[in-house]
Write a protein that binds this ligand. Structure first.
Ligand code: FUB
Length: 330
C-alpha cells in the first residue's frame, strides 16, 4: 500500500514534465490569468514577458513577470514590482517596459492613471536581476506632467544602434518622444530646450506606442480604439528616422470573431541575430465582456519582402518551440 502511494506521488510529480515535453505549440493564452499590455524581451538567455495585472485600478498594485526558455512553457515570477517598493503609487500600475542596460534591469511603469495636478505618471524601478525585486529609483515619477495632451502612461524604451535611449509614451490620443540619459534615470532636453516632442502618427492613435528597427527602417506601432471594447487594434508606420514622420500604413492586429476581440497593446520579440519576430499582445476571449478580461497571447509577426508587415493571424495554437542560442540583450 505504502509503495503504491509513493509510486502515485512520483507519477503525479512527473506528469507536468512529461506534458511540457509533449507540447508542440505554446497555446494561447501563453499563461493563465487576466494580464494585459505585455512587453516581451530577451534577457539573461531567456524570453521574458512583463504584463499589466488586469483588474480594477485599486487592485493594480503589482506586476508579475513570466520567463521561458523555449516559448512553450512559461514560469511565473510573482510580484517582481509592488506597491511597497514605489512610495508614490496609489493604484493603476500599468504597462511595464523593461530594458537591460549598464549591467542592470530597468522597469518603467505607469502609475495612478494621472490627471492634471495629481502625483503620478511614468516611473522607473531598477534591479540587478531580471526577475527583480525591482525598486522605484527616484522616489517620484520620472514624468509627472501632461505635455502636448499626452497622458504619461504606456512608455516604451528603445535603444538605437548608436546607444542612445529614447522613450515613446502617451495616452489620450497623443504620443511624445524624449531622450533618456545614459543611466536611464533622467530626461535630456532636445536642442530646442524642450523635453518632449509630439510625434502622434495619426488621428487614430490612442496609446501603447512601440518601435523596432529593421534593415535601417524604424517601424512605429500603436494601439487604436478603446481598450475595453471589441475594436481595439494595432496599426503601424515606417520611417527613416526614430522621430518620424510616421505615415500610417494600416492595421497589423485586430479582433477576429472566430478567435477573440479587443486585440491590442502589443510588443514584439526578435530572436537575437535573426530576422524572426513574435508579436505579444492581449485580447479578450469571445465569452468575455468585462473590460479587464484580457489575456496575453503570442503569434508570429511576418515581414513581407517589400518591408511591409503582414496582418497577424491570431491563433489558439500560438507558436512552435524556439530555443535561444546565447545570452543576448533586448
Ligand atoms: O492596462 C491599462 C491600460 O489599458 C493601458 O495602459 C492601456 O494601454 C490599455 O491597454
Amino acid at each position: 500500500m505504502k509503495k503504491l502511494f509513493i509510486l502515485t506521488i512520483c507519477l503525479s510529480c512527473l506528469m507536468p514534465v512529461a506534458e511540457a515535453k509533449k507540447k508542440k505549440t505554446s497555446g494561447n493564452p501563453i499563461f493563465t490569468g487576466w494580464y494585459a499590455d505585455p512587453e516581451g524581451a530577451v534577457m539573461d538567455g531567456r524570453y521574458w514577458v512583463f504584463p499589466t495585472y488586469s483588474a480594477l485600478y485599486k487592485q493594480q498594485l503589482f506586476f508579475d513577470a513570466f520567463s521561458s526558455k523555449d516559448l512553450l512553457t512559461w514560469k511565473k515570477h510573482e510580484r517582481v514590482l509592488e506597491q511597497k517598493n514605489i512610495p508614490w503609487l496609489r493604484m493603476a500600475l500599468w504597462a511595464p517596459s523593461i530594458i537591460e542596460a549598464n549591467g542592470r534591469y530597468y522597469l518603467f511603469f505607469g502609475g495612478n492613471d494621472v490627471h492634471e495636478g495629481e502625483v503620478g505618471g511614468i516611473g522607473v524601478a531598477v534591479s540587478d536581476r531580471p526577475e527583480g525585486p525591482y525598486k522605484d529609483a527616484l522616489g517620484k515619477p520620472l514624468i509627472n506632467e501632461i505635455v502636448n495632451g499626452a497622458q504619461p502612461i504606456d512608455q516604451f524604451v528603445f535603444r538605437d544602434d548608436d546607444g542612445q535611449y529614447y522613450m515613446y509614451y502617451g495616452g489620450w490620443r497623443h504620443c511624445n518622444v524624449c531622450r533618456l540619459s545614459p543611466d536611464l534615470l533622467s530626461i535630456i532636453p532636445w536642442e530646442d530646450g524642450q523635453k518632449f516632442h509630439e510625434i502622434t502618427p495619426s488621428k487614430s492613435y490612442v496609446e501603447g506606442p512601440f518601435i523596432l528597427k529593421r534593415n535601417g527602417k524604424y517601424y512605429f506601432m500603436w494601439s487604436e480604439g478603446g481598450w475595453t471594447g471589441p475594436d481595439y487594434c494595432v496599426a503601424y508606420a515606417i520611417s527613416d528616422s526614430p522621430f518620424g514622420p510616421f505615415q500610417r500604413i494600416g492595421k497589423i492586429l485586430q479582433g477576429d470573431p472566430e478567435i477573440a476581440m479587443g486585440a491590442g497593446h502589443h510588443s514584439v520579440i526578435q530572436v537575437p541575430g535573426k530576422d524572426e519576430y513574435y508579436i505579444i499582445y492581449h485580447r479578450r476571449p469571445l465569452t468575455e465582456k468585462d473590460g479587464n478580461s484580457r489575456e496575453t497571447c503570442i503569434d508570429r509577426l511576418i515581414f513581407n519582402s517589400d518591408g511591409t508587415i503582414e496582418p497577424v493571424k491570431m491563433t489558439f495554437e500560438g507558436v512552435k518551440g524556439r530555443k535561444l542560442n546565447s545570452k543576448r540583450r533586448k
